[in-house]
Ligand binder design. Structure first.
Ligand code: SF4
Ligand code: SF4
Length: 363
């Protein structure tokens, strides 16, 4: 088995938001600190030299004591093994948290939808805006803002990113909610928005010499995409079950009797620990089949025959949340991916101030 380089702790399934695009099942489960210690200690011999340890929720800051205890345990028993990451909606993020995250060099993901935030949760605006100012002041290079757009909010995409660029945030990324259908008209708006965003980003690069948008940065790896779940990563969920990636729980966790639950769940923590040597490889083998060239569209067109195969990467769970079946990709997801790739290519081809294409400057 490959070494583990990424672990996610879904501390609880409780959240103080109810975002329209969140696929997570909400509940009142919370991990116990002993579960986290057991999980880390069991996997110790399998851990890579450096491992990303991610805190996720619900809203993970609702479980602040768990975060502090886990970090203290990791620092004491796994010196410099872990790089920490945490994803938050920002509404509970105070200076005290930010200074702690800075001390332990966390890579933070702040979920904030720019001009669409008021549609997502209008009451959250003052707290999240304050958190953003605090981050910018105390830990400017420690976070990325992830902004999610839906067919309803996509007309706000370019202006939202432009506003955040103007405010000087160092890392931004947009995400698109493909769990819901994108009609032809929505896709046309997306294309226009990304075209406008390309122009904005080129101007920004010319003026400031850097480009904060992660989506337009050059990918390191090429070749056929494979889902990472169960290969080099695992997740511990708040009901104490173990999965290859937390997203599988969102898709399958509600039905313990289903065939796919048995296929992709590593079981509850005790079972996972007791049967680690035997049970683990059998379930991991199922994850290994989740490769882009094994996927196909709802019209039964195989990705392996698509010209874009080596440039495309679709999360099989996100696709299944829309299509109902793992490895089956809805038609709008193909279109959304193609539009994103075209925008990235346009950005790479535009000359910068020195007349050199962006592609070259990134090489
Ligand atoms: S564009 Fe669509 S068909 Fe082509 S590889 Fe991507 S998901 Fe598969
Ligand atoms: S592709 Fe999707 S399911 Fe696989 S590891 Fe990435 S986010 Fe998780």
């Amino acid at each position: 088995m490959q070494k583990i380089s990424s672990l996610t702790l879904v501390l609880s399934d409780t959240c103080n938001f109810s975002c329209p695009y969140c696929p997570q099942q909400k509940g009142k489960n919370t991990l116990k600190i002993e579960d986290i210690y057991d999980f880390l200690d069991l996997l110790r011999p399998r851990l890579d030299r450096e491992v990303w340890l991610g805190f996720y929720g619900g809203e993970p800051l609702l479980s602040w004591p768990l975060i502090k205890k886990t970090v203290a345990y990791a620092e004491k028993n796994y010196k410099n093994k872990f790089r920490f990451t945490l994803t938050t909606n920002g509404s509970l993020l105070k200076k005290e948290h930010i200074l702690f995250f800075k001390k332990y060099r966390f890579d933070l993901v702040l979920s904030y939808d720019g001009l669409a935030q008021k549609i997502r949760d209008a009451r959250s605006l003052p707290e999240v805006e304050t958190a953003l100012k605090n981050l910018q002041h105390h830990y400017p290079d420690g976070y990325v803002i992830n902004s999610v757009f839906t067919p309803q909010t996509v007309p706000l995409l370019a202006a939202s990113m432009e506003e955040m660029l103007k405010r000087g945030h160092e890392r931004l990324q947009y995400s698109l909610d493909t769990c819901v259908p994108w009609k032809k008209a929505d896709l046309a708006i997306l294309e226009k928005q990304l075209d406008r965003l390309t122009t904005i980003c080129v101007r920004h690069q010319q003026k400031h010499g850097k480009m904060p948008l992660e989506n337009f940065k050059k990918n390191e790896g090429q070749g056929i995409f494979a889902c990472f779940a169960g290969r080099d990563r695992l997740a511990l969920l708040p009901d104490r079950t173990v999965w290859g990636c937390y997203l599988f729980y969102d898709l399958l966790g509600h039905d313990r009797q289903s065939r796919d639950y048995a296929k992709y769940s590593f079981g509850e923590l005790e079972g996972f620990m007791a049967g680690f040597k035997k049970g683990f490889p059998a379930v991991a083998a199922n994850y290994a089949e989740l490769r882009q060239d094994y996927f196909f569209s709802e019209k039964k067109e195989l990705c392996s025959l698509c010209d874009d195969l080596e440039r495309c990467a679709v999360c099989p769970v996100t696709a299944a949340l829309a299509s109902g079946t793992l490895a089956v990709i809805p038609s709008w997801t193909c279109e959304v991916k193609k539009i994103g790739r075209r925008a990235k290519a346009r950005f790479a081809a535009k000359p910068d101030r020195a007349g050199v294409s962006m592609e070259n400057t990134h090489a």
